[in-house]
Structures are given as structure tokens and as C-alpha cells.
Design a protein around this ligand. Sequence first.
Ligand code: ADP
Ligand code: MG
Length: 343
Amino acid sequence: MSGSPVSTHSPGGGEEKGPDANDEQKAQMEQAYQQMRRKMRMTKLNDDVRHKFMVLSGKGGVGKSTVATGLALSLARMGQKVGLLDIDITGPNLPKMLGIEGTQLHVEEGQIHPAIGPHGVKVISMAFLIEDPDKPVIWRGPIKLGAIQQFIGDVAWGELDHLIIDFPPGTSDEPLTVTQSLPNMDGVVIVTTPQDVALLDSRKSINFAKTINLPVLGVVENMRSYTIHGTATNNDGSPIENATIEVNGPAGEKILANTNSNGDWDVVLDLFKSGGGESAAEEMDVPFLGSLPFDPGIVRGGDDGVHRIVSEPDGVTAKAFESIVSNLIEKLESSDEGGVTII
Ligand SMILES: Nc1ncnc2c1ncn2[C@@H]1O[C@H](COP(=O)(O)OP(=O)(O)O)[C@@H](O)[C@H]1O
Ligand SMILES: [Mg+2]
């Protein structure tokens, strides 16, 4: 039979050497090559990307994607080269938050080129690949993990100062897969809101990070406070200048506020409980990076695709992000020196 390009199947058993087997072999080889290429690219990615960190939270809806996006934009505004990887493959929403949904990703020489968001942030998200964003995508475990590896190894990220990875809620296999694919991870940023339930979940995330030997770069407390504004005027409409006035708080309580020379005043209200994130960080012996106010503009921005940092670069939210980013950079630089290692 040797020499014959086509061998027939013998019912007596023995090795099958039909065209199917050859194709299978070829496919296996191709797969092995592909894996090798991916592995090489991952190694290169490790060299090309200065800092990589993940944004985690135990609970959904605490603002993880908002924080990941805000950190990316804030860093990019400082002139850093930033990549944003949306690992939430069942409910990806970063492209919408950045106003770049509907972007067609282009593939060149087998590599996916990221979409470019505001301030040049490079973005990869399953949202670019899903045909109908309202249809839920159900991924079986291994396929999901394969997709994540592909997002890391098959993307032409280029040289980056920061690669920020956003996750779906909870601490499941995704962060583990990412850590295995990108071994030199700097650490995790944990997002929480100040109330007890969310804090409890963030303690779980901190413990999770410690279990997989990843440094906790710090905790960000989101939706800590809400600022109300107003202008105090006399009966004749003239401003009440430089005075202390009483305003009604949300539960009808009286709050003292100081007016400026135009009669304008503002009061910062703690939404849940003040300093919850800070004390949780202290208790768990991890750094506290700062807090963000509740800002209705974030919700609008999330819906209409213009992030607060882009629409109001000097607003309170942008300023709060700047302060968080400067604390974060400090932690990242000290992790360069091997300073922060929590085991
Ligand atoms: N600081 C904030 N002020 C106001 N709304 C916020 C703030 N942070 C997040 N949100 C809103 O809360 C919702 C959940 O935020 P998101 O970032 O998607 O959370 P997660 O990724 O943790 O599920 C979104 O509608 C977002 O616009
Ligand atoms: Mg999210």
C-alpha cells in the first residue's frame, strides 16, 4: 500500500493512514505552530509592555469598568502609551464607555490590531466581535480561556507603558488565565464602594490576589461622595457673599455651607459611610489609592460614550483620577524595584 496517496480503511483495525489522518496531522501541526507563535508573542508582549495590572472587584456594578477606563484615559492624558483589555467577554462594555463601539478591528499577518480610543488608548474587547450586542454570548470554559489567550497573544499591542485589564465581576478563572499568560503582572487594583457588603467582597478579592501571589497595588473607593451645589441669594436677588448658610441635606437635615463672593456654595455628602474603603485597605494591610465621587456625568458618559475625563478634563472626577493615578504610578515604580510583594 505504500506509495499510494490514498489508503483504504481496513476493517481489521491497525493504523489509519487515510487523507483524514493526514489532514488531522496537518491541523495538529498548524495548531502547535500557532500556539508556539502565540507563546513567542506573549514573551515579546512581556518585554514590550512596561506595566501590566488587572482591575478586580468581588461584586459587579461597583465601577470596575469605569475605573479601568478612567485610569487608562488619565494615564494616556499624561502622555503614557496605554492598552485596555476588556476580558468581560459575556458583557463587554468598555468600547461603549469610550465611544468606539462599532469599530471594525483589522487583522494583519495573523495579528489583531486594537481599536484606538480617546487620547490614543488601544482597546481590545469582545464587543468588537459580537454581531448583536444585545444577544448574550454563552462561552464554554475552554473556549473562553482560548479567547482570552488569543486576546493577549494574537493582538498587536506594540510598545506600551501600561496594559490595563478589566474583568467581569467575581474572582473566577479569568484572572488566573491572564496571570498565567502574562507572567510578569505588576499586580491588581481593587475597586470597591464604601458600604459593608461591597467591602466584604473586596476583602475576598484582596485574599484572592494574595493567594495567586499577586501584589495588591491598592484599593480604589468608588462613589464615595456626592457634591451638591447652589447659589444663595437675598430676597432682592443679590448674592449672599462670604457667609455661612444652612442648606437642606437629602434626609432633611440642616448642613452648614460657606458661600463665596458670588454666593455660590457646595457641600460634599458622603453617600454611604465615609472612609470604608480606606479602613478596609488599612485592615488588610494593602495601599489605599484614593476615592472617586459619585458623578452623574459618569453615567451619562457611560451611555453616550464621552467619558467624564474627556468631556471635563479639569472636573472633580478627572482630578480624583489624577490623584489615584499618581499614587498608582508610585506603587508600580516601587514594584519595579521589587518593593511590593505580598505573599
Ligand atoms: N463614580 C461614579 N459616579 C456615578 N456613576 C458611576 C460611578 N462609577 C460607576 N458608575 C455607574 O455605575 C454603573 C456600573 O459601573 P461599571 O463601571 O460598569 O461597574 P462594573 O464594571 O464594576 O460592573 C454604570 O452605569 C456606571 O456609569
Ligand atoms: Mg464591568
